[in-house]
Each structure stands twice: as structure tokens, then as C-alpha cells.
Design a protein around this ligand. Sequence first.
Ligand code: NAP
Length: 253
Amino acid sequence: MAQDGQRVAIVTGAARGIGAATARRLAADGMAVAVIDLDEAACGGTVDAITAAGGRALAVGADVSKADQVEAAVGKVAGSLGPPAVLVNNAGIIRDNLLFKMTEDDWDAVLGVHLRGAFLMSRAAQKHMVDQGHGRIVNLSSSSALGNRGQVNYSAAKAGMQGFTKTLAIELGRFGITANAVAPGFIVTDMTAATAARVGMGFEEFQQAAATQIPVRRVGQAEDVAHVISFLCGEGAGFVSGQVIYVAGGPLC
Ligand code: NAP
């Protein structure tokens, strides 16, 4: 915990999309937030939004798939804001293709950011949580963990995030640390806009088509996911661990 008693949170991939909404939400919940993304300058919008609302935030540039950058980033957060107690492993990329056209680079890049990135960030952050006897780790999985055409790399990574989360929960529980996964369905971000472009549809048309398949008859917004992450990161969620919560407007099977 920081000197003033404020919890410190790290959100990766927080320059935009779900990560940015989550960073803003955790700051509104009262946490100091480290906004990590590939390009430090790109974090400025999220940091400015938090500080304009009266919160504390720090922009940190790091590639979560690189161990040296991760160690430096977590050290910078601990030195500037205080030791992190909350980690949201949100950074992500897609490199979609059917199996027979998928390159090894596309496989390695996606597994590298999602799984290796979550591993490196969690390993670096957990020691600060153990020292505090308190921690909250939330990993971004996806409805694609259940299988999705054209995403053999991404679905493997997102299913892997679920097993990773459950093992973190088992190993770290005795230190007051919980680990949970949030698995969004269709959320309006640059990532789903890129998917619309890949399949040759306008983004509006793509969203409308997706909404017809979702029980609540709408697509999700980044704030829908941030709301659930906020709950899991809260002080009161200490008896919820190793869970996967689908945030998809309906049940998935
Ligand atoms: P997004 O808008 O594409 O944002 C992802 C962010 O992660 C970007 O700012 C990106 O930076 C950053 N990033 C990528 N690689 C990184 C790396 N190696 N190190 C640090 N940051 C990196 O994506 P989103 O839709 O908000 O998705 C956020 C998370 O939710 C991802 O894990 C995604 O898989 C998951 N998710 C999304 C949906 C959805 O429908 N949108 C559904 C299920 C799960 P750059 O801009 O520099 O690339």
C-alpha cells in the first residue's frame, strides 16, 4: 500500500479500449493507477482523464512480453506510486487466420503478449502483493477460449489464461492474493473494429449483426468489463478466487 493508504493498481494495455476504461474505473474506486502500454506517450490520454477527475496515475511504456521491460516497469511503479496490490493483465493483440494460413510468427506473437505477458507481469508484481499480505490479479480471457474460427492462436491463449488464473489462485491464496479471469464477449473497441475490417464489414453493421446473437440484444462496452473487474479488485471480493466470469450479455457454453 502507498504511504497515504491508497492501493496501487497496474493495468496493462491501458492506452485504450478495455484497459483504459478499467484504469479510469479503478482510479474512480480510489486507487492510484499505473497505465502501462507499449508506447508511454500513448498512455497520456488515460492518465490525463484520471488526473482531471482528481485521481493519481502514472504512464509507463513497456512491452509485457519482454522480461527486462516488465521488471523495469513494475520497479518504476513501486518507486513512483508505491507497491502494487492490484494487477490487471489486459494487454492483447489479435493475429487472426485459419490454421492452414497461420504463420509461426502469428502464433508466437499472440501467445507471447497474452500468456507470456501475464506470466511475466504476475511474477514481477506478486512479490509486492506477498509483502503486503494483499493482492488482486485479474486476467483478461475471452469467449474465444471456447473456440472461434480463425483464432486458433488467440483461443489457445485465452483458454490458457483460465488455467493460469486458477493456478495463481491456488498458489497465492495463502498470501491474501486472489486471482480471477474475466472473459468478455463482443466489446466495442479497436480490436473488434479490426475484426470487422478483416471480414469486410462496416463496424456499425458488424455490431448490429453481433447484437442479434446476444441474449441482451446489444454489444458490450468497455465499461461493462471494467465494472466486473472493479468488483474483483475490491476489498470485499477476497473470498472470490480462481473464477472465470463471462461478460458477454448471456450464457456461453
Ligand atoms: P485494444 O483496444 O486493441 O487495446 C489493447 C491494448 O493493448 C493496446 O493499447 C495495445 O497497444 C496494448 N498492447 C498490445 N500489445 C502489448 C504489449 N506487448 N505490451 C503492452 N501493451 C500492449 O483491445 P481491447 O479490445 O481493449 O482488449 C483488451 C483485452 O480484452 C485483450 O486482452 C483482449 O484480448 C481482451 N478481449 C477483448 C474483447 C473485445 O471484444 N474487444 C473480447 C474478449 C477479450 P498498441 O495500441 O500499441 O498496440
